[in-house]
Write a protein that binds this ligand. Structure first.
Ligand SMILES: Nc1ncnc2c1ncn2[C@@H]1O[C@H](COP(=O)(O)OP(=O)(O)OP(=O)(O)O)[C@@H](O)[C@H]1O
Ligand SMILES: [Zn+2]
Length: 672
């Protein structure tokens, strides 16, 4: 009787054999319902044969081969196999976890058939005449021979990268191919989707992201898999969508950390996108105003060059220029609740002219901590190595790491002092201060507390975008976190004030400057995107910091060159390759003991090219009552690191550890 090997979503690096009397080779790539343990599971057939290593009487029988869908294709298998091997994840987990939920449960609810949404109105908006830079970028891509090509599109903010994507998508559609556009945030998808739909009327376009209902996600995924949907716009998980005629992958804001999955299989969707394009022999375009230093290094001429660099150096809208960026040295100013006279004057001038402003502070809540000045008590999370943030709107203390909440005490819980204060400031406090200062202004706070759901977020966007008929903004001053920093195009926004950026200047993580620079470039890039000129003021106590010199000159290449040189000298990525083993347990001693045992495995000695640091507590050592440690590996060559990991990963399961200990291995970690 035929035997099928089945990949299952279990944390084991192996497949499972079952008997299936009606299985044929055509069923490879189909889902099957199988008994597993005391329950049932859905798996994927990865091989069909006549024999198993186990004697036949020990094999269970497949309950059903699901033939509702065609088998998952070969190129999808290869992609999952790559991801499993590279990221040290079991193949079954990769395969099943990248499918829509409804396809991996044995008894999913019946889905209703819904007609696809086709973009309405056959009127294609008039295409803008391309800028010279856009023209040149497209010409280079179009002149390349068919096959794999990696392109890095470095376009300053507002330079019209999206227009380049749209033209390339049009090319792919004209060739009869599908296109996949990956974006970092679901927040950005509604506007982008609308823009793409307007450009390609009558073409089926689907989105794939984690906020879709299970039924919608299944429908969209099926449309892509069947080849009906010609364009897929999605967040990181969409990179695994099987698409039979995929001919182009675009990764927008490729530097964004949200392309990295931080639990389960810790993969980088950007890197998987490049691997997928290479396997399919199709082009992949990575776009950003502030590329990741990894991608930037990959696009520099030399023997290591992997991508070709394309540059959009001018803003696309005629007459639009990059904003003037200036620093306000706050050591020399008297601040009004954190706001400098220069910043307040700039806001006032915009209010008088009916233009929009953004005050950017990347910290939500009212104040980052509540403290007692007499005994030194501070509001700490009981479960984490972190402070509880004061939220005055709903009168709560809240941990931004584990979600723990408590009421606000009337008096100091430690000494009884009634006079306890908020220290520092968050967006709520800023909003309150600005409302007091500019009582007639329409002030809108935009952060994760104000936009908890997609509905709330869309309502906020409504208020930010101009009243089309009147041609005026609906909100005067926006107070926002990084939610507002990226990707948005608000034509009346002419002023951006940045407060509280200094904390990023001296962070211990070697990637902190890269993240800060990208964030400041992005937020500055929101100003003056249309005809109205933009201005940016950054409050700082460190005006001499070299990061600001490059920022004021809008000179990403200079920043990148300096930063890469530092990384090279220090032996950090992208000049070395890293993998991180993390362990967490109720006691730090257990976490560290596990990591020590891992470091002592003889495998390490067999791979002399790999350097192992000592196990240490993580920077945030305690999260939700678990104490966390880490063990970092470094190697000068990716293949040597991969060779080590493929021996090391499986061996970890053999280390004896307390039952409450959890560990995971992360390849190319973003946080060290
Ligand atoms: N060739 C063009 N002529 C006129 N306007 C254009 C052209 N290309 C793009 N635009 C307009 O320029 C503005 C900025 O474009 P877009 O949002 O694509 O920039 P971007 O490069 O993605 O910027 P960011 O990185 O800041 O998101 C948009 O309003 C867009 O409609
Ligand atoms: Zn906590």
């Amino acid at each position: 009787m035929p035997v099928v090997s089945v990949a299952l979503d279990v944390p084991l690096h192996r497949s499972f054999d079952y008997l299936a009397d009606d299985a044929t080779a055509d069923d490879i790539g189909r889902r099957v319902k199988v008994p597993f343990g005391r329950g049932r599971k859905v798996g994927i057939v990865i091989a069909v044969g006549e024999a198993s290593e186990l004697p036949q009487h020990q094999l269970k029988t497949v309950e059903e081969i699901l033939r509702d869908l065609p088998p998952l294709p070969e190129d999808w298998f290869r992609l999952c196999e790559f991801a499993a091997a590279y990221y040290q994840a079991p193949l079954g987990e990769v395969m099943l976890q990248t499918l829509p939920g409804a396809l991996r449960r044995p008894d999913p609810p019946k889905a209703r058939a819904i007609k696809p949404k086709l973009a309405k109105g056959a009127v294609v908006p008039a295409l803008p005449a391309l800028t010279a830079d856009q023209e040149a970028a497209l010409a280079a891509i179009r002149a390349a021979p068919p096959g794999f090509a990696g392109w890095l599109l470095h376009g300053i903010t507002g330079s019209g990268k999206t227009e380049v994507y749209l033209r390339l998508i049009a090319d792919a559609l004209a060739r009869g191919q599908q296109a996949l556009l990956l974006v970092p945030e679901i927040n950005l998808t509604p506007q982008l989707e609308a823009r793409i739909a307007a450009r390609f009327p009558g073409i089926e376009l689907v989105s794939l992201h984690s906020e879709l209902t299970e039924a919608a996600r299944l429908r969209h995924w099926k449309a892509a898999f069947a080849g009906r949907a010609r364009i897929v716009v999605g967040t990181r998980l969409a990179v695994f969508t099987p698409m039979p005629e995929l001919g182009l992958i675009v990764v927008d804001e490729e530097h964004d950390a949200s392309f990295k999955q931080q639990d389960g299989m810790r993969y980088s969707a950007r890197d998987v996108a490049v691997v997928r394009a290479r396997g399919l022999r199709i082009p992949v375009l990575l776009g950003s105003a502030t590329p990741s230093l990894e991608s930037w290094a990959n696009a520099q001429p030399g023997p290591q060059q992997r991508y070709r660099l394309l540059t959009l150096g001018e803003r696309a809208v005629a007459g639009a220029r990059l904003p003037d960026i200036r620093l306000v040295d706050t050591r020399r100013e008297t601040l009004d609740d954190g706001l400098s006279p220069a910043l307040l004057a700039a806001l006032e001038a915009r209010l008088a002219r009916g233009e929009q402003s953004l005050v950017f502070l990347n910290r939500r809540g009212y104040a980052p901590v509540l403290a007692c000045p007499s005994c030194g008590w501070v509001s700490r999370c009981k479960r984490c190595a972190a402070n509880l943030v004061l939220h005055l709107k709903d009168r709560r203390l809240r941990c931004h790491h584990c979600g723990f909440e408590a009421g606000i005490p009337r008096a100091c819980p430690s000494c009884g002092n009634q006079d306890i204060h908020p220290f520092g400031r968050g967006t709520q406090r800023l909003e309150e201060r600005l409302k007091a200062r500019f009582p007639d202004a329409r002030i809108l706070r935009v952060d994760r507390d104000a936009a908890r759901s997609r509905k709330q977020w869309e309502a906020l966007l409504e208020q930010i975008h101009p009243d089309e008929a009147a041609g005026t903004p609906r909100a005067d001053i926006l107070v926002g976190t990084q939610m507002l920093a990226k990707g948005h195009d608000f034509p009346h926004l002419t002023f951006v004030g940045v407060v509280g950026a200094d904390s990023g200047l001296f962070a211990a993580d070697f990637r902190a400057p890269e993240r800060l620079f990208a964030m400041l470039m992005q937020v500055a890039g929101r100003a003056g995107r249309a005809e109205l000129a933009g201005e940016v003021l950054i409050q700082t106590e460190q005006p001499g910091h070299p990061l600001f010199a490059a920022l004021l000159a809008h000179d990403y290449p200079a920043f990148a060159a300096r930063e890469l040189e530092e990384r090279r000298q220090a032996g950090f990525p992208p000049y070395t390759y890293q993998a991180m083993l993390r362990a967490e347990a109720p006691d730090m001693a257990d976490s560290l003991a596990f990591l020590k045992a891992a470091k002592a495995l003889p495998i390490l000695a067999a791979h002399p090219a790999v350097f192992a640091y000592d196990p240490v507590p993580m920077r945030m050592a305690r999260l939700a009552n678990l104490e966390r440690g880490q063990l970092l590996f470094e190697c000068g060559a990716r293949p040597a690191l991969q060779a080590f990991l493929s021996d090391f990963g499986p061996a970890l399961a053999g280390i004896a550890a307390p039952s409450r200990l959890r560990w995971h291995l992360e390849v190319d970690p973003l946080e060290c």
